[in-house]
Ligand binder design. Structure first.
Ligand code: SAM
Length: 428
């Protein structure tokens, strides 16, 4: 560093970069930390955020100051600044990032910061400062803050994750990723939505299966649409009365990712009672025969991309048709607090097909879904009604025998107790 200035600042415009890299928070965090290391800086901390629908912001704090970035993937553009003091050659970091980002063009300006001629030096106890600095030389003494954010235009849920990416494939339908969150363990993300995590998946999977199966008591033939992580069929196949489960998942990459990296959830894929079909569930139900299923579970993602049609009237009319006379439909029902419109419209659809009093809503909590409040929506074709179940002893012993962690005989009923604002939303 020159004797006349305290710091050196390079401001860089990286242009015509790979838009996918510009939108990959884990890759950008890795490359920014890599750039600092390549320039022999001492990394203290890194904090990176991925914004929905796209864009990444982050900073790597180094003992020699910082590297910061904000990306516009839609323009293939990244604004980067490398601020250094001490002997670090910031241009080494620049070269590393230019390569990592695949920048086909760039501009950069370098400016000296902190002209000592204009500054007055204060007396400073350098010894204790040096002792503190020594602590930062420990290579492991660096905290990473890489955040995954699932959000809509008004609210978000952010999970800190380790930055490690175990699976990342752009399938014909969606981006399939397995990441590791520091609080909830490994997780499946589709596009930028949290689908399931190791630490709270049981909330969702126990509640999607057991209330209906204890209502039907002797279900034999079950159809699951979606559910590629395998958690729903795992819970359904805990019931010994089940003879056949047909699971129709549109995206084989989801099944592959979960079999490899979430084996606790994808635990029942080898069960002989399971027929696993990789196909579009909407088309499958359309061509399905009448009155064949006791239980039909729609374990689909949010109403975007491949799952949009899983919220249509036609799809649920076909579901109704393919259910036996006393059959039950259960659908991932969205949240009355995150996407009220989709939630309310789905219930209107079910009421219009199954009858106004035959479309109950069950609420439950999933900490890693935005707002944490989520729902399953039911369609009751016949008299079988989860709100009128009496075999609570059977539930109790099953819960104890299987070691269930969310569902029990009280939750079975309380899930249908709705707050007034939800009753108003669905006008039942
Ligand atoms: N628990 C999650 C939620 O609440 O959003 C859903 C989990 S599950 C992983 C959702 C699955 O539905 C995904 O694997 C997705 O590929 C699948 N899916 C989406 N649209 C589909 C369709 N049309 N037919 C079959 N599966 C579909």
């Amino acid at each position: 560093m020159s004797s006349t200035a305290l710091g050196n600042h390079i401001l860089v415009e990286f242009m015509n970069c790979d838009p996918h890299v510009m939108n990959d928070v884990a890759a950008i965090e890795r490359d920014m930390v890599g750039a600092a290391r390549k320039a022999e800086a001492t990394v203290i901390n890194s904090t990176f955020h991925h914004f929905s629908p796209y864009g990444v912001s982050g900073v790597v704090v180094i003992q020699e100051s910082h590297l910061a970035i904000h990306t516009w993937p839609e323009y293939g553009y990244a604004a980067v600044d490398v601020f250094t003091c001490g002997d670090m050659n910031a241009w080494i970091a620049f070269d590393h990032l230019k390569e990592c980002f695949g920048a086909k063009s760039y501009s950069a300006i370098e400016m000296k910061r902190g002209s000592v001629n204009l500054l007055t030096r204060n007396d400073f106890d350098i010894t204790s400062a040096r002792e503190k600095a020594a602590e930062w030389r420990n290579p492991d003494f660096y905290t990473r803050n890489v955040w995954f954010t699932d959000k809509d235009e008004d609210q978000a849920l952010s999970l800190r994750f380790t930055g490690d990416v175990f699976f990342d494939v752009q399938s014909p339908f969606q981006r399939v990723r397995i990441l590791e969150s520091t609080k909830y363990g490994k997780m499946l993300a589709l596009d930028d939505m949290v689908m399931t995590t190791i630490k709270d998946e049981f909330h969702y999977h126990e509640m999607i299966a057991h209330p209906s199966l204890f209502t039907l008591q002797n279900a034999k033939n079950v159809l699951v649409i979606g559910g590629g992580d395998g958690g729903t069929v795992r819970e359904v196949l805990r019931h010994s009365n089940i003879e056949k489960v047909t699971m129709v998942e549109i995206d084989g990459e989801v099944i592959k990712a979960c079999k490899e990296h979430l084996p606790e959830i994808a635990a029942a894929f080898d069960d002989p009672r399971l027929e696993l079909i990789v196909d579009d569930g909407i088309a499958f139900v359309k061509s399905a025969a009448d009155a064949v299923y006791d239980l039909l579970i729609v374990d689909g993602s949010d109403p975007v991309g491949p799952a949009e049609g899983l919220f249509s009237v036609e799809f649920y009319q076909n579901c109704y048709r393919t259910l036996k006379a006393d059959g039950i439909l259960v659908a991932q029902g969205e949240s009355p607090k995150f996407n009220e419109k989709a939630f309310a419209e789905l219930n209107q659809t079910l009421q219009s097909i199954f009858g106004q009093d035959n479309a109950p809503v069950g609420l439950f909590f999933v900490p890693t879904y935005p707002t944490g409040m989520w729902s399953f929506q039911y369609g009751l074709k016949g008299a079988a009604d989860p709100r009128k179940v009496s075999n609570t002893e059977a539930i109790k012993s099953f819960v104890a025998e299987k070691g269930l962690r969310y569902y029990n005989e009280d939750i079975h009923f309380s899930t249908f107790a709705l707050p007034n604002f939800v009753k108003q939303l669905i006008q039942q």
